[in-house]
Design a protein around this ligand. Structure first.
Ligand SMILES: C[S@@+](CC[C@H](N)C(=O)[O-])C[C@H]1O[C@@H](n2cnc3c(N)ncnc32)[C@H](O)[C@@H]1O
Length: 646
């Protein structure tokens, strides 16, 4: 059985007998129930594991022909036992191999046995064994890792006498398998402890958390999701009779009432990542636990909004008759919901509000007129006396000297007084920043036009290109960068397309990985034009300490291959363990031979507030050609390569 972890904070106090304070009594109770559950759980675990293993043994595998409740398929290679052979095995197929498939129930009893014949394929030629190569999990987008854990998940090259793994272990504090505090087992034990303390000892969950005896917090805090919320997202072993009552007993995240539109929008918004590179549900990288509602300042005068509506939305649309006969009497709830929608999409036509508010379009316009006159007055008053702000300074065009910051969330203007992180970092405000759309720190996008059959934003004439950021689908409207992906997908070569949004659109070339001069190399499977994105370089985003301990000096050196790129002033992008085909692109120096020169180049671009690396063709390249980039002078220094030997 695993040793019971002692709570770090109170372990000595818990063992002392002479203190009677209320909190200590509470802590002792929590600890004693935790210990009780701990022992019960590991006893169950041992029996469960024993039964599971036992059930796999052949002698214990009774033939039960039942089709229902199949939960597990286990395969072993064998010939069928003669007693259970059916006709198929007597028709000259005896020398074939058979696979016996046992279907099992939750309690490991066998519910069905089948014998499947196995077809053997004889290869014409012998395969040559590939030399040892590390595995790399395929990745479609970069993931944020930050710092590697202090716990070592495995010992690399442990059977290789040339690798000094003892030296490598010094980079870590412990082995991951020595740590019993973070596991599904511990979470399971903690949940059962919480249940018993609450239901059998009448302890409030907040009081249990306050003792800080349990290894995980039960309730969520603004910064961290608690175990109760997490338990809905994972499977818990079926071990305790109390489990069926967990979900009635444990507090749920309160759901906003049906009429509370603001609350419902906020909780819905909290599900989706606001970063345009991501938009993933419950994204662990960009999302706060309870992000505030994104409120927007109106930008377009009402008359302009109205003039853009071409078709009536209904017989009661404002287009037919703009005025109402008398002031429509909406309930307080109607008005509150209308205001909420107005806050998040102020520049929408009344027809859209009509659908969302369940009100006639014409009545909506009446309220819009009322609200817009108030809004203008408020704006005028709030702008009085502000004076001119100093011209903002930015440095986010230079990745070597900049790391993107979190979106800003503060009251007031983005300046020194509000301690705005964008101001402090000299960056542009992001789409998901809380400041007004009129904020002087916001990037305004480009106004590049598109030409029929031509491209836009392909040169330094585009202001986005100049500052090394990809066009923004919400800001760069005239280059139609939000439509470029549709154009590309339809392969419509006659339509114009924005050339400065290829990374976010994932417009990549087909690439094949084959043996090459220095291990594996990347080869084009289709032609590429100058300026085309070949592939995005994806991997794990890591800080410098992890860059070092991943062993640019140890593991990578031993392997003889390095997959890390400097991304910006604090982060590197490493595709050693997670990556895509671009990790196989080899290096070539400028101005060497025709078939060994850099036909592509890696560029760091600011894409919707994040740095990403694109590998772009710097010349027209034929299908079948190997892709090369120039790794730069660091490659010569770090890897002992000289320009001559490459
Ligand atoms: C990003 S990996 C490229 C893919 C690598 N060829 C493979 O098999 O996985 C970079 C490593 O490939 C090797 N490499 C690539 N280009 C090279 C060159 N021109 N000269 C020597 N080694 C090179 C070096 O070991 C380098 O650290």
């Amino acid at each position: 059985m695993e040793p019971i972890p002692k709570p770090t904070l109170l372990s000595s106090d818990l063992e002392a007998n002479d203190s009677d304070s209320e909190s200590l009594t509470l802590s002792r109770l929590v600890y004693s129930i935790f210990s009780e559950v701990w022992k019960e759980y590991w006893k169950w675990d041992r029996q469960y594991s024993h039964d599971a293993l036992q059930s796999l043994s052949f002698s214990n595998t009774p033939y039960v022909h039942r089709q229902d409740d199949l939960s597990k398929l286990l395969c072993t290679s064998s010939t069928p036992p003669s007693s259970t052979r059916d006709e198929r095995f007597d028709k000259g197929t005896r020398d074939q191999d058979f696979v016996t498939v046992y279907s099992r129930n939750h309690n490991f009893s066998v519910s069905r046995v089948e014998f499947l014949s196995e077809h053997t394929i004889v290869a014409d030629s012998t395969f040559e064994q590939h030399k040892p190569y590390e595995s790399c999990s395929p990745l479609s987008r970069t993931v944020f890792k930050g710092d590697d854990a202090d716990k070592m998940a495995f010992i690399p090259y442990v059977d290789d006498e040339h690798f000094d793994f003892l030296d490598h272990t010094l980079c870590y504090e412990s082995f991951a398998w020595q740590n019993t505090k973070e596991s599904n087992d511990i979470d399971t034990i903690t949940l059962e402890t919480a249940y018993r303390l609450h239901n059998e000892h009448s302890l409030a969950y907040a009081d249990i958390d306050n003792t800080r005896v349990l290894p995980r917090r039960l309730l969520s805090t603004p910064k961290k999701t608690g175990l109760f919320a997490l338990s809905h997202r994972r499977d818990i072993p079926q071990w305790s009779k109390n489990q069926a009552q967990y979900y009635d007993s444990f507090p749920q995240q309160p759901m906003p009432a049906a009429g509370d539109l603001r609350g419902r929008l906020q909780s819905l918004q909290g599900l989706f990542c606001p970063n345009l590179n991501c938009i993933q549900v419950l994204c662990p990288v960009h999302m706060e636990l309870e992000p505030p509602l994104q409120i927007k300042t109106p930008k377009t005068p009402l008359l302009d909004i109205l003039s853009q509506v071409e078709n009536p939305c209904s017989p009661l649309c404002f287009i037919h008759a703009a005025d109402v006969e008398s002031h429509p009497s909406w309930t307080e709830e109607d008005i509150a919901n209308f205001n909420t929608i107005l806050e998040i999409m102020p520049d929408s036509p009344p027809c859209h509000f009509a659908i969302m508010c369940y009100k006639p379009c014409r009545e909506v316009l009446h309220y819009l007129k009322l609200m817009s006159s108030t809004a203008t007055k408020t704006l005028e008053v709030s702008e009085i006396g502000k004076g001119k702000s100093p011209v903002p300074i930015f440095r986010d065009h230079d990745a070597d000297d900049f790391t993107p910051n979190e979106p800003c969330r503060h009251a007031g203007l983005c300046n020194i007084n509000s301690q705005c992180p964008c101001f402090q970092n000299k960056s542009h405000c992001l789409r998901s920043c809380q400041c007004s759309m009129e904020c002087a720190r916001r990037w305004r996008g480009c106004r590049c036009g598109t030409t029929k059959g031509g491209n836009s934003c392909a040169s330094d004439r585009c202001p986005c290109v100049v500052v090394r950021r990809e066009c923004d689908p919400e800001l760069c409207r005239s280059c139609k960068c939000s439509e470029a992906i549709v154009t590309w997908l339809s392969r419509d070569s006659t339509s114009s397309r924005c050339r400065n949004a290829q990374i976010q659109h994932g417009v990549q070339k087909d690439v094949e990985i084959k043996n090459s001069r220095w291990g594996l190399g990347a080869f084009l499977k289709e032609p590429a034009k100058r300026g085309d994105l070949i592939s995005e370089y994806v991997g794990e985003l890591i800080y410098e300490a992890s860059f070092d301990s991943r062993g640019q000096v140890e593991v990578a050196e031993h392997r003889g291959r390095s997959y890390a790129f400097g991304l910006n002033s604090t982060l590197s992008l490493d595709s050693s363990y997670l990556g895509n085909t671009s990790r196989f692109i080899d290096h070539a120096r400028s101005s060497t031979s025709r078939d060994l020169h850099p036909n592509c180049r890696a560029y760091v671009r600011l894409v919707n507030g994040e740095h990403r690396i694109g590998i772009f063709a710097v010349e027209d390249i034929n299908s079948g050609a190997e892709i090369f980039i120039d790794y730069g002078t660091a490659f010569y220094k770090n890897e002992g390569n000289t320009p001559e030997n490459t």
